[in-house]
Ligand binder design. Structure first.
Ligand code: BJ8
Length: 424
Protein backbone atom coordinates (compact mmCIF):
# COMPACT_ATOMS: atom_id res chain seq x y z
CA UNK A 1 0.00 0.00 0.00
CA UNK A 2 1.23 3.51 -0.80
CA UNK A 3 1.94 5.97 2.01
CA UNK A 4 -1.36 7.44 3.20
CA UNK A 5 -0.08 8.79 6.53
CA UNK A 6 -0.83 12.43 5.68
CA UNK A 7 -4.32 11.50 4.54
CA UNK A 8 -4.99 9.53 7.73
CA UNK A 9 -3.59 12.39 9.83
CA UNK A 10 -6.01 14.77 8.14
CA UNK A 11 -8.81 12.43 9.22
CA UNK A 12 -7.62 12.46 12.82
CA UNK A 13 -6.70 8.79 12.77
CA UNK A 14 -4.73 7.47 15.77
CA UNK A 15 -1.73 6.51 13.65
CA UNK A 16 0.04 4.38 16.22
CA UNK A 17 -2.99 2.25 16.92
CA UNK A 18 -3.98 2.17 13.28
CA UNK A 19 -0.52 0.80 12.39
CA UNK A 20 -1.22 -2.16 14.66
CA UNK A 21 -4.47 -2.85 12.82
CA UNK A 22 -2.79 -2.57 9.41
CA UNK A 23 0.01 -4.88 10.54
CA UNK A 24 -2.26 -7.86 11.20
CA UNK A 25 -4.55 -7.70 8.16
CA UNK A 26 -2.12 -8.79 5.38
CA UNK A 27 -1.07 -11.98 7.18
CA UNK A 28 -4.64 -12.76 8.14
CA UNK A 29 -5.76 -12.24 4.53
CA UNK A 30 -2.95 -14.33 3.17
CA UNK A 31 -3.81 -17.24 5.48
CA UNK A 32 -7.51 -17.18 4.71
CA UNK A 33 -7.68 -15.97 1.10
CA UNK A 34 -4.42 -16.15 -0.78
CA UNK A 35 -3.78 -19.70 0.40
CA UNK A 36 -6.83 -20.93 -1.57
CA UNK A 37 -6.04 -22.92 -4.68
CA UNK A 38 -7.39 -22.36 -8.16
CA UNK A 39 -8.93 -18.95 -7.51
CA UNK A 40 -10.39 -17.11 -10.51
CA UNK A 41 -8.13 -14.40 -12.00
CA UNK A 42 -10.97 -11.93 -11.53
CA UNK A 43 -10.36 -12.07 -7.76
CA UNK A 44 -7.20 -10.01 -8.32
CA UNK A 45 -9.26 -6.85 -8.35
CA UNK A 46 -10.84 -7.74 -5.01
CA UNK A 47 -7.43 -8.67 -3.55
CA UNK A 48 -6.28 -5.23 -4.60
CA UNK A 49 -9.29 -3.56 -2.96
CA UNK A 50 -8.50 -5.34 0.31
CA UNK A 51 -4.81 -4.42 0.09
CA UNK A 52 -5.93 -0.80 -0.29
CA UNK A 53 -8.79 -1.05 2.17
CA UNK A 54 -7.77 2.08 4.12
CA UNK A 55 -5.94 3.64 1.19
CA UNK A 56 -7.24 4.18 -2.29
CA UNK A 57 -10.98 4.24 -1.52
CA UNK A 58 -10.38 6.62 1.39
CA UNK A 59 -8.39 8.85 -0.96
CA UNK A 60 -11.30 8.78 -3.42
CA UNK A 61 -13.67 9.80 -0.62
CA UNK A 62 -11.29 12.57 0.50
CA UNK A 63 -11.03 13.95 -3.06
CA UNK A 64 -14.82 13.83 -3.34
CA UNK A 65 -15.22 15.67 -0.02
CA UNK A 66 -12.69 18.27 -1.04
CA UNK A 67 -14.97 19.17 -3.93
CA UNK A 68 -17.87 19.58 -1.50
CA UNK A 69 -19.25 16.01 -1.70
CA UNK A 70 -20.85 14.39 1.35
CA UNK A 71 -20.32 10.84 2.62
CA UNK A 72 -23.05 8.92 4.45
CA UNK A 73 -22.14 5.92 6.63
CA UNK A 74 -24.74 3.25 7.33
CA UNK A 75 -25.05 -0.02 9.24
CA UNK A 76 -27.98 -1.84 7.74
CA UNK A 77 -29.27 -3.01 4.37
CA UNK A 78 -32.49 -1.09 4.98
CA UNK A 79 -30.78 2.27 4.43
CA UNK A 80 -31.51 3.17 0.78
CA UNK A 81 -28.29 4.02 -1.03
CA UNK A 82 -30.37 5.05 -4.05
CA UNK A 83 -31.44 8.25 -2.25
CA UNK A 84 -27.88 9.09 -1.18
CA UNK A 85 -26.47 8.69 -4.69
CA UNK A 86 -29.41 10.57 -6.23
CA UNK A 87 -28.33 13.60 -4.20
CA UNK A 88 -24.77 13.15 -5.48
CA UNK A 89 -23.64 11.79 -2.13
CA UNK A 90 -21.69 8.59 -1.49
CA UNK A 91 -22.93 5.83 0.81
CA UNK A 92 -20.57 3.45 2.61
CA UNK A 93 -21.34 0.54 4.93
CA UNK A 94 -19.69 0.85 8.33
CA UNK A 95 -20.48 -2.33 10.28
CA UNK A 96 -17.42 -3.48 12.22
CA UNK A 97 -16.27 -7.05 11.61
CA UNK A 98 -12.92 -7.08 13.40
CA UNK A 99 -12.07 -8.31 16.88
CA UNK A 100 -9.45 -5.53 16.99
CA UNK A 101 -12.18 -2.96 17.72
CA UNK A 102 -14.11 -4.95 20.34
CA UNK A 103 -12.05 -3.90 23.44
CA UNK A 104 -12.57 -0.22 22.59
CA UNK A 105 -16.27 -0.86 22.09
CA UNK A 106 -16.40 -2.48 25.51
CA UNK A 107 -15.19 0.77 27.06
CA UNK A 108 -18.56 2.30 26.19
CA UNK A 109 -20.88 -0.70 25.96
CA UNK A 110 -21.73 -3.64 28.23
CA UNK A 111 -19.62 -6.70 27.43
CA UNK A 112 -22.76 -8.68 26.73
CA UNK A 113 -23.45 -6.73 23.54
CA UNK A 114 -23.26 -8.16 20.02
CA UNK A 115 -19.66 -7.98 18.64
CA UNK A 116 -20.86 -6.21 15.50
CA UNK A 117 -22.10 -3.31 17.61
CA UNK A 118 -19.05 -3.33 19.90
CA UNK A 119 -16.68 -3.34 16.91
CA UNK A 120 -18.60 -0.55 15.16
CA UNK A 121 -18.54 1.68 18.24
CA UNK A 122 -14.92 0.69 18.96
CA UNK A 123 -13.86 1.59 15.42
CA UNK A 124 -15.30 5.07 15.86
CA UNK A 125 -14.16 5.91 19.35
CA UNK A 126 -10.63 4.58 18.81
CA UNK A 127 -10.21 6.72 15.68
CA UNK A 128 -8.79 3.80 13.74
CA UNK A 129 -11.32 3.49 10.92
CA UNK A 130 -10.90 6.11 8.18
CA UNK A 131 -14.36 5.25 6.81
CA UNK A 132 -15.97 6.43 10.04
CA UNK A 133 -13.76 9.51 9.97
CA UNK A 134 -14.76 10.22 6.36
CA UNK A 135 -18.48 10.12 7.06
CA UNK A 136 -20.26 13.48 7.24
CA UNK A 137 -23.38 11.81 8.53
CA UNK A 138 -24.17 8.42 10.04
CA UNK A 139 -27.49 6.77 9.28
CA UNK A 140 -28.79 4.41 11.93
CA UNK A 141 -32.04 2.48 12.03
CA UNK A 142 -34.34 1.08 14.69
CA UNK A 143 -33.68 -2.61 14.24
CA UNK A 144 -32.32 -4.27 17.38
CA UNK A 145 -32.10 -2.65 20.82
CA UNK A 146 -28.30 -2.74 20.88
CA UNK A 147 -28.02 -0.75 17.68
CA UNK A 148 -30.66 1.76 18.76
CA UNK A 149 -28.72 2.63 21.89
CA UNK A 150 -25.37 2.60 20.05
CA UNK A 151 -26.63 5.43 17.82
CA UNK A 152 -26.82 7.66 20.88
CA UNK A 153 -23.11 7.05 21.51
CA UNK A 154 -22.02 7.40 17.89
CA UNK A 155 -24.10 10.57 17.57
CA UNK A 156 -21.68 12.23 20.01
CA UNK A 157 -18.97 11.95 17.36
CA UNK A 158 -20.72 12.43 14.01
CA UNK A 159 -24.13 13.88 13.06
CA UNK A 160 -26.59 10.99 13.18
CA UNK A 161 -29.89 10.40 11.47
CA UNK A 162 -31.97 7.45 12.65
CA UNK A 163 -34.57 5.85 10.38
CA UNK A 164 -37.55 4.43 12.23
CA UNK A 165 -37.89 0.94 10.76
CA UNK A 166 -41.23 -0.72 11.56
CA UNK A 167 -41.06 -4.13 13.21
CA UNK A 168 -44.14 -5.55 11.48
CA UNK A 169 -45.25 -5.69 7.87
CA UNK A 170 -48.83 -4.44 7.90
CA UNK A 171 -50.18 -1.95 5.39
CA UNK A 172 -49.61 0.92 7.81
CA UNK A 173 -45.99 -0.20 8.29
CA UNK A 174 -45.33 0.02 4.54
CA UNK A 175 -46.83 3.51 4.62
CA UNK A 176 -44.69 4.42 7.59
CA UNK A 177 -41.49 3.24 5.91
CA UNK A 178 -42.28 5.30 2.83
CA UNK A 179 -42.66 8.35 5.09
CA UNK A 180 -39.29 7.52 6.62
CA UNK A 181 -37.76 7.48 3.13
CA UNK A 182 -39.26 10.93 2.50
CA UNK A 183 -37.76 12.25 5.74
CA UNK A 184 -34.43 10.68 4.84
CA UNK A 185 -34.55 12.24 1.37
CA UNK A 186 -35.09 15.69 2.93
CA UNK A 187 -32.20 15.11 5.33
CA UNK A 188 -29.86 14.01 2.54
CA UNK A 189 -30.89 16.99 0.38
CA UNK A 190 -30.17 19.36 3.24
CA UNK A 191 -26.78 17.79 3.94
CA UNK A 192 -25.65 17.71 0.32
CA UNK A 193 -27.39 20.88 -0.87
CA UNK A 194 -28.64 18.87 -3.86
CA UNK A 195 -32.23 18.07 -4.81
CA UNK A 196 -33.29 14.48 -5.35
CA UNK A 197 -35.20 14.79 -8.61
CA UNK A 198 -37.13 12.06 -10.42
CA UNK A 199 -34.41 11.83 -13.08
CA UNK A 200 -31.58 11.68 -10.56
CA UNK A 201 -33.37 9.00 -8.57
CA UNK A 202 -34.09 7.02 -11.71
CA UNK A 203 -30.38 7.10 -12.52
CA UNK A 204 -29.32 5.93 -9.08
CA UNK A 205 -32.03 3.26 -8.93
CA UNK A 206 -30.63 1.89 -12.17
CA UNK A 207 -27.06 2.03 -10.87
CA UNK A 208 -27.92 0.15 -7.66
CA UNK A 209 -30.16 -2.30 -9.56
CA UNK A 210 -27.20 -3.07 -11.82
CA UNK A 211 -25.06 -3.76 -8.77
CA UNK A 212 -27.70 -6.06 -7.30
CA UNK A 213 -28.11 -7.85 -10.63
CA UNK A 214 -24.36 -8.44 -10.88
CA UNK A 215 -24.37 -9.98 -7.41
CA UNK A 216 -27.35 -12.14 -8.32
CA UNK A 217 -25.46 -13.27 -11.41
CA UNK A 218 -22.49 -14.22 -9.23
CA UNK A 219 -24.73 -16.12 -6.84
CA UNK A 220 -26.52 -17.92 -9.68
CA UNK A 221 -23.16 -19.30 -10.76
CA UNK A 222 -22.82 -20.88 -7.33
CA UNK A 223 -25.87 -23.02 -8.07
CA UNK A 224 -23.77 -25.17 -10.40
CA UNK A 225 -22.76 -28.66 -9.38
CA UNK A 226 -19.11 -27.76 -9.98
CA UNK A 227 -18.36 -24.64 -7.97
CA UNK A 228 -16.39 -22.08 -9.98
CA UNK A 229 -15.68 -19.92 -6.92
CA UNK A 230 -15.37 -20.50 -3.19
CA UNK A 231 -17.90 -19.24 -0.67
CA UNK A 232 -15.14 -17.23 0.99
CA UNK A 233 -14.46 -15.33 -2.22
CA UNK A 234 -18.16 -14.70 -2.82
CA UNK A 235 -18.50 -13.41 0.75
CA UNK A 236 -15.58 -11.05 0.25
CA UNK A 237 -17.13 -9.65 -2.91
CA UNK A 238 -20.43 -8.93 -1.15
CA UNK A 239 -18.56 -7.28 1.73
CA UNK A 240 -16.74 -5.04 -0.74
CA UNK A 241 -20.08 -4.12 -2.36
CA UNK A 242 -20.81 -1.98 0.68
CA UNK A 243 -18.00 0.50 0.21
CA UNK A 244 -16.53 0.30 -3.29
CA UNK A 245 -17.54 2.69 -6.06
CA UNK A 246 -20.81 1.09 -7.27
CA UNK A 247 -20.20 1.43 -11.02
CA UNK A 248 -16.64 0.09 -10.89
CA UNK A 249 -17.72 -2.68 -8.55
CA UNK A 250 -20.51 -3.80 -10.90
CA UNK A 251 -18.14 -3.83 -13.84
CA UNK A 252 -15.60 -5.95 -11.96
CA UNK A 253 -18.21 -8.43 -10.71
CA UNK A 254 -19.56 -8.84 -14.25
CA UNK A 255 -16.02 -9.38 -15.58
CA UNK A 256 -15.49 -12.03 -12.93
CA UNK A 257 -18.82 -13.66 -13.82
CA UNK A 258 -17.73 -13.89 -17.48
CA UNK A 259 -14.70 -15.83 -16.29
CA UNK A 260 -16.82 -17.99 -13.97
CA UNK A 261 -19.17 -18.86 -16.84
CA UNK A 262 -16.16 -20.15 -18.76
CA UNK A 263 -15.13 -22.15 -15.72
CA UNK A 264 -18.59 -23.69 -15.53
CA UNK A 265 -18.40 -24.66 -19.21
CA UNK A 266 -15.02 -26.28 -18.53
CA UNK A 267 -16.35 -27.98 -15.39
CA UNK A 268 -13.81 -26.33 -13.10
CA UNK A 269 -14.53 -27.05 -9.45
CA UNK A 270 -12.60 -25.26 -6.71
CA UNK A 271 -13.61 -28.00 -4.26
CA UNK A 272 -13.46 -31.79 -4.28
CA UNK A 273 -16.58 -33.47 -5.58
CA UNK A 274 -17.48 -34.87 -2.15
CA UNK A 275 -17.42 -31.46 -0.44
CA UNK A 276 -20.69 -30.71 1.37
CA UNK A 277 -22.75 -27.86 -0.06
CA UNK A 278 -23.77 -25.52 2.74
CA UNK A 279 -26.28 -22.70 3.01
CA UNK A 280 -25.31 -20.17 5.70
CA UNK A 281 -28.16 -18.21 7.27
CA UNK A 282 -28.24 -15.70 10.09
CA UNK A 283 -26.46 -12.58 11.24
CA UNK A 284 -24.29 -10.46 8.94
CA UNK A 285 -20.56 -11.02 8.47
CA UNK A 286 -19.05 -7.56 8.19
CA UNK A 287 -15.58 -7.24 6.71
CA UNK A 288 -13.11 -8.71 7.83
CA UNK A 289 -15.25 -11.33 9.56
CA UNK A 290 -14.37 -14.39 7.47
CA UNK A 291 -14.28 -16.77 10.41
CA UNK A 292 -17.34 -18.94 9.77
CA UNK A 293 -16.71 -19.37 6.05
CA UNK A 294 -13.07 -20.19 6.65
CA UNK A 295 -13.93 -22.84 9.21
CA UNK A 296 -16.57 -24.38 6.95
CA UNK A 297 -14.34 -24.44 3.90
CA UNK A 298 -11.40 -25.97 5.75
CA UNK A 299 -13.55 -28.66 7.37
CA UNK A 300 -15.07 -30.40 4.36
CA UNK A 301 -17.80 -27.92 3.39
CA UNK A 302 -18.33 -25.33 0.69
CA UNK A 303 -20.64 -22.36 1.23
CA UNK A 304 -22.94 -22.12 -1.78
CA UNK A 305 -25.18 -19.30 -0.57
CA UNK A 306 -25.62 -16.83 2.30
CA UNK A 307 -29.13 -15.98 3.46
CA UNK A 308 -27.75 -12.99 5.35
CA UNK A 309 -27.42 -9.25 4.90
CA UNK A 310 -23.95 -9.77 3.42
CA UNK A 311 -25.66 -12.13 1.02
CA UNK A 312 -29.07 -12.52 -0.57
CA UNK A 313 -30.83 -10.02 1.71
CA UNK A 314 -28.60 -7.32 0.28
CA UNK A 315 -29.31 -7.81 -3.40
CA UNK A 316 -32.54 -9.78 -3.83
CA UNK A 317 -35.27 -7.78 -5.62
CA UNK A 318 -34.62 -4.74 -7.73
CA UNK A 319 -36.65 -1.53 -7.96
CA UNK A 320 -38.91 -0.60 -10.88
CA UNK A 321 -36.90 1.81 -13.04
CA UNK A 322 -39.88 3.20 -14.97
CA UNK A 323 -41.88 5.22 -12.47
CA UNK A 324 -43.87 8.29 -13.44
CA UNK A 325 -43.17 10.44 -10.41
CA UNK A 326 -40.83 10.86 -7.48
CA UNK A 327 -43.62 9.75 -5.19
CA UNK A 328 -44.06 6.52 -7.14
CA UNK A 329 -40.31 5.92 -7.04
CA UNK A 330 -40.27 6.32 -3.27
CA UNK A 331 -43.16 3.91 -2.98
CA UNK A 332 -41.39 1.32 -5.13
CA UNK A 333 -38.19 1.81 -3.14
CA UNK A 334 -40.00 1.44 0.14
CA UNK A 335 -41.72 -1.75 -1.06
CA UNK A 336 -38.40 -3.23 -2.15
CA UNK A 337 -36.80 -2.58 1.20
CA UNK A 338 -39.79 -3.83 3.18
CA UNK A 339 -39.34 -7.13 1.34
CA UNK A 340 -36.14 -7.81 3.33
CA UNK A 341 -36.75 -10.51 5.91
CA UNK A 342 -34.71 -9.50 8.97
CA UNK A 343 -35.32 -11.17 12.33
CA UNK A 344 -36.17 -7.76 13.81
CA UNK A 345 -39.64 -8.24 12.23
CA UNK A 346 -42.46 -10.18 13.80
CA UNK A 347 -43.70 -12.46 12.43
CA UNK A 348 -40.86 -13.22 10.04
CA UNK A 349 -42.18 -16.20 8.11
CA UNK A 350 -40.77 -14.81 4.87
CA UNK A 351 -37.27 -15.65 6.10
CA UNK A 352 -38.19 -19.29 6.63
CA UNK A 353 -39.62 -19.43 3.11
CA UNK A 354 -36.41 -17.85 1.79
CA UNK A 355 -34.19 -20.38 3.55
CA UNK A 356 -36.22 -23.32 2.21
CA UNK A 357 -36.26 -21.85 -1.31
CA UNK A 358 -32.54 -21.04 -1.37
CA UNK A 359 -31.66 -24.45 0.03
CA UNK A 360 -33.33 -26.03 -2.99
CA UNK A 361 -32.15 -23.49 -5.57
CA UNK A 362 -28.51 -23.88 -4.57
CA UNK A 363 -28.71 -27.66 -4.13
CA UNK A 364 -27.50 -27.35 -0.57
CA UNK A 365 -27.06 -30.40 1.62
CA UNK A 366 -27.14 -28.71 5.00
CA UNK A 367 -27.82 -25.38 6.69
CA UNK A 368 -25.54 -23.61 9.14
CA UNK A 369 -27.45 -21.12 11.25
CA UNK A 370 -24.87 -18.52 12.19
CA UNK A 371 -25.51 -16.16 15.05
CA UNK A 372 -23.38 -13.55 16.73
CA UNK A 373 -23.56 -13.77 20.54
CA UNK A 374 -26.18 -11.56 22.21
CA UNK A 375 -28.18 -11.18 19.01
CA UNK A 376 -31.51 -12.11 20.57
CA UNK A 377 -33.66 -11.77 17.48
CA UNK A 378 -31.64 -14.23 15.40
CA UNK A 379 -30.92 -16.60 18.30
CA UNK A 380 -34.60 -16.82 19.26
CA UNK A 381 -35.75 -17.16 15.67
CA UNK A 382 -33.64 -20.33 15.37
CA UNK A 383 -36.32 -22.37 17.16
CA UNK A 384 -38.97 -21.68 14.50
CA UNK A 385 -36.51 -22.00 11.62
CA UNK A 386 -35.34 -25.39 12.91
CA UNK A 387 -38.89 -26.67 13.41
CA UNK A 388 -39.80 -25.73 9.86
CA UNK A 389 -36.60 -27.15 8.36
CA UNK A 390 -37.07 -30.38 10.36
CA UNK A 391 -40.49 -30.81 8.75
CA UNK A 392 -38.80 -30.75 5.33
CA UNK A 393 -35.95 -33.02 6.41
CA UNK A 394 -33.39 -30.22 5.95
CA UNK A 395 -30.41 -30.73 8.29
CA UNK A 396 -29.48 -27.63 10.29
CA UNK A 397 -26.94 -26.78 12.97
CA UNK A 398 -26.69 -23.57 14.97
CA UNK A 399 -23.28 -22.03 15.57
CA UNK A 400 -23.05 -19.02 17.83
CA UNK A 401 -19.67 -17.38 17.75
CA UNK A 402 -17.99 -13.99 18.08
CA UNK A 403 -14.97 -12.57 16.25
CA UNK A 404 -12.28 -14.19 18.42
CA UNK A 405 -10.38 -17.33 17.48
CA UNK A 406 -10.71 -19.12 20.81
CA UNK A 407 -13.47 -21.49 19.73
CA UNK A 408 -12.27 -22.32 16.20
CA UNK A 409 -11.14 -25.86 17.12
CA UNK A 410 -14.40 -26.60 18.89
CA UNK A 411 -16.52 -25.34 15.96
CA UNK A 412 -14.42 -27.36 13.52
CA UNK A 413 -15.09 -30.54 15.51
CA UNK A 414 -18.84 -29.85 15.55
CA UNK A 415 -18.92 -29.11 11.84
CA UNK A 416 -16.90 -32.16 10.88
CA UNK A 417 -19.44 -34.30 12.76
CA UNK A 418 -22.30 -32.42 11.04
CA UNK A 419 -20.80 -32.95 7.58
CA UNK A 420 -20.25 -36.63 8.35
CA UNK A 421 -23.89 -36.92 9.33
CA UNK A 422 -24.87 -35.42 5.96
CA UNK A 423 -23.26 -38.41 4.24
CA UNK A 424 -25.90 -40.71 5.65
S1 BJ8 B 1 -31.49 -6.10 8.18
S2 BJ8 B 1 -29.58 -8.35 10.25
S3 BJ8 B 1 -28.15 -5.41 8.76
S4 BJ8 B 1 -30.50 -5.24 11.45
S5 BJ8 B 1 -26.50 -5.56 15.21
S6 BJ8 B 1 -29.52 -7.42 14.53
S7 BJ8 B 1 -26.35 -9.03 14.51
S8 BJ8 B 1 -27.65 -7.78 17.60
S9 BJ8 B 1 -27.16 -6.48 11.98
FE1 BJ8 B 1 -28.75 -6.36 10.76
FE2 BJ8 B 1 -30.18 -4.72 9.27
FE3 BJ8 B 1 -31.28 -6.92 10.28
FE4 BJ8 B 1 -29.53 -7.07 8.35
FE5 BJ8 B 1 -28.23 -8.85 15.68
FE6 BJ8 B 1 -26.01 -7.51 16.12
FE7 BJ8 B 1 -28.38 -6.25 16.12
FE8 BJ8 B 1 -27.42 -7.13 13.86
Amino acid sequence: MADYKELWKSLDIDLEKHDKLCAVLPEFYEDIYLSQENRPDGMNYFNFVVSEIHGLRIKELADFKEKGGKVFGSFCVFVPDEIVFAADGIGVGLCGGSDFWVPDGEKELPRNTCPLIKASVGARISNTCPYFSSADMLVGETTCDGKKKAWEILGEYTPMHVMDLPQMKREKDYKHWKEELEIFKDKVEKMTGNKVTKDKLQESIKMINDKRKALQRLYDLRKNEKLPISGKDALLITQIAFYDDPKRFTEKVNELCDELEERVKNEVNVFNDDTKRILVTGTPQAVPNWKMHDIIETSGGAVVCEETCIGTRYFTNTVNEDCNSLDEQLKELSNRYMGINCACFTPNDGRIDDIKRLYKEYNAEGVIYYSLPFCNTYAIEYKRVKEELDKEGIPVIMIETDYSNQDVGQIKTRLEAFFEMLEN
